[in-house]
Design a protein around this ligand. Structure first.
Ligand SMILES: Nc1ncnc2c1ncn2[C@@H]1O[C@H](COP(=O)(O)OP(=O)(O)OP(=O)(O)O)[C@@H](O)[C@H]1O
Length: 592
């Protein structure tokens, strides 16, 4: 049997995982023994009834016939439990695998997850898991049953006629050799198929996420070609697999037919010569299936097993991803400073792409309650700074955050760190649940009036009340029924509600008109009265209201001071400021 060392490792791991449900597996094994023992007993009784009723009346065999019926009932019961327990086993096993996989994905770091296409992750949950389910439900129980059938069947056949048994099973080694050839590299083919189909699903996910962009830029053809390319490559691997499966058909027929023919010719000859009774011939022929079937079906099970191993490799790859650890971020109980960054750097290392040094040598001290604006040209590293502060990426250097209150000791340390932060990302994400629930996610035990107060602070209350069901309005996927500005205000309300001492926002007013922008900016500063606030913004109006402005350029802090200090310095910030207001004035003129 062509099972490589890595296949074997995978199989052992898969079986180890399955061992959790050993009770059910044991049940399958016991039921398999029951099925086979009943089959052998049926054969013995059949032989006895035929041979003895040839000499006497059939009536003398009533006892044996009743016994045969009882054995048939035992066999049927064992078969019922074999199928039932196998179904329970595979269902529970796959259910657990699904849950572990989901929990793993939620525990991965953003940087690790970025190495996977969303569609590919979904494919692992769907088609890969389905393959493992088929293996656990069909192939594994048969891989248990068949060796028992083979051994017990062969033992009884050897008692009947060892020589005839040897003659009948001659084609088996030939069949094995052919199987070995055919199943070679099947797990690799299966894995390739899944990988390319997964990439295709990735393109599908991108197309759905960027549906409007696809329409506006006529990307239908481009995306279709990309999708087709991945699916075509997947199909070509799948067809190679189909080809292997198809070749197994004739081999299976050969393995089944040849021993039966040998048995009939040789055994029939012996029966005619009087060396073999009719009952023995029929019993031999009947039980020969116990020896042939396991071998004839072996190719299908090996192929199913290899298919499942290919799928498990992809599942284990995801399961083996490290959990996100935030132990590189220090959480202290010091009163001051709130945040301290020492020589912080960040290098993005995308898989199959060049590394990007996004931040370097950042030294920053932020005091409790301080309001800091981070500004800089596009690509200067502002969002990256927020990402390392939120612990999304692994940085170099030291970041320490002082907790202004004790956190629950039972919470994992990393959760403790993030519990100190409330973050508004550039991409607003709302769940397809009610507006009330969306805001309450930040503080699950918040009362209705707390949620409404947070919405009022984010200037979201009035438009929420205008919705058909007010706060109980269920949002479509990603809140599609709201404008970007409205979504942004809901996500601000959510951030306000979270009882965290540090509020970090990436372009919190990006989708707001000027009136809402200044209202929300005032709200941020008022609401954040006690809190430490870090705002990343291109809209420089807010900078004059902040305690401090930090200017980034090419991943470094190049200016750091109060608004008036930086304006008086007439350096980089001053030029950014001038350019911003010149641009705003031009915009106003063009609208006038
Ligand atoms: N996930 C990523 N993988 C690789 N490189 C990245 C990633 N995110 C950002 N970068 C690169 O890091 C650098 C800093 O990007 P960042 O998004 O922090 O800039 P920014 O100042 O926030 O820009 P903007 O104002 O346009 O949002 C850029 O060169 C960008 O291309």
């Amino acid at each position: 049997m062509d099972i490589s060392r890595s296949d074997l490792k995978l199989l052992i791991r898969l079986l180890k995982d399955a061992f959790v449900f050993r009770g059910l597996l044991l049940g399958v094994i016991v039921a398999a023994f029951g099925t086979v023992a009943a089959g052998v007993a049926e054969t013995y009784l059949l032989k006895t009834i035929i041979d003895e009723s040839a000499d006497q009346q059939l009536g003398s065999q009533v006892g044996n016939i009743m016994l045969l019926l009882a054995v048939l009932a035992v066999g049927a019961t064992a078969t019922y439990y074999r199928f039932k327990l196998a179904g329970y086993f595979s269902g529970s096993f796959v259910h657990r695998l699904n849950q572990r996989l989901f929990r793993k994905v939620t525990r991965m770091s953003i940087s690790a997850l970025e190495n996977y296409d969303a569609g590919d992750v979904v494919a692992r949950f769907s088609s890969d898991i389905r393959k493992i389910n088929t293996f656990a439900e069909v192939s594994l129980p048969l891989l248990i049953l068949h060796p028992i059938m083979f051994v017990m069947g062969a033992a009884y056949l050897a008692v009947l006629d060892a020589q005839l048994l040897m003659l009948s099973i001659i084609p088996i080694p030939v069949g094995f050799f052919l199987i070995m050839l055919m199943t070679r590299s099947m797990s690799q083919l299966s894995m390739n198929t899944q990988t390319y189909f997964g990439r295709g699903f990735g393109v599908l996910a991108e197309m759905l996420a960027g549906f409007a962009t696809m329409k506006v830029f006529h990307l239908r053809g481009y995306l279709y070609q990309d999708f087709k390319k991945q699916m075509d490559t997947g199909l070509s691997s799948q067809l190679k697999l189909v080809d292997r499966y198809a070749w197994m058909g004739p081999v299976q027929v050969m393995i089944r037919l040849v021993p039966s023919i040998v048995c009939l010719i040789v055994g029939g000859g012996r029966a005619l010569a009087g060396d073999f009774s009719l009952g023995e011939l029929i019993a031999f022929f009947y039980l020969l299936n116990f020896v042939i079937d396991p071998v004839a079906q072996m190719p299908t099970h090996i192929a199913g097993c290899k298919d499942a191993l290919g799928a498990s490799k992809r599942i284990f790859h995801l399961l083996d991803e490290a959990d996100e650890k935030l132990d590189h971020l220090t959480l202290s109980h010091l009163e001051r400073p709130q945040l301290q960054l020492d020589k912080v750097g960040l290098v993005y290392q995308p898989e199959n792409n060049q590394a990007v040094q996004a931040l370097q040598d950042i030294n920053l001290i932020i005091e409790p309650g301080e309001k800091v604006a981070i500004v800089g040209e596009s690509g200067s590293g502002k969002s990256s700074l927020l990402k390392v502060l939120a612990g999304f990426y692994l940085h170099t250097g030291e970041i320490s955050l002082a907790a202004d209150r004790m956190f629950d000791e039972r919470e994992p340390e990393d959760d403790g760190y993030r519990r100190q932060l409330s973050v508004v990302n550039q991409e607003t994400f709302l769940f397809p649940i009610s507006i009330m629930e969306n805001i309450r996610l930040a503080k699950p035990d918040a009362t209705e009036s707390e949620v409404i107060a947070a919405a009022q602070k984010a200037y979201a209350d009035s438009f929420i009340r205008e919705q058909a069901q007010g706060y109980e309005t269920i949002l479509g996927e990603n809140g599609v029924s709201l404008s970007y500005g409205q979504k942004q205000r809901i996500s601000l309300a959510r951030a306000f509600l979270k009882p965290a001492p540090v509020l970090m926002m990436d372009e919190p007013t990006a989708s707001l008109d000027q009136t809402s922008e200044s209202l929300v900016e005032q709200a941020i500063l008022r609401e954040a009265d006690e809190r430490t606030v870090i705002v990343i913004t291109h809209k420089l109006a807010i900078t004059s209201m902040m305690d401090r402005v930090v200017v980034l350029d090419q991943g470094r802090v190049i200016e750091n001071g109060t608004y008036s200090e930086l304006m008086n310095r007439k350096g980089h910030f001053y030029r950014l400021h001038q350019a911003y207001y010149d641009h705003a004035a031009n915009e106003e003129l063009s609208h006038a």
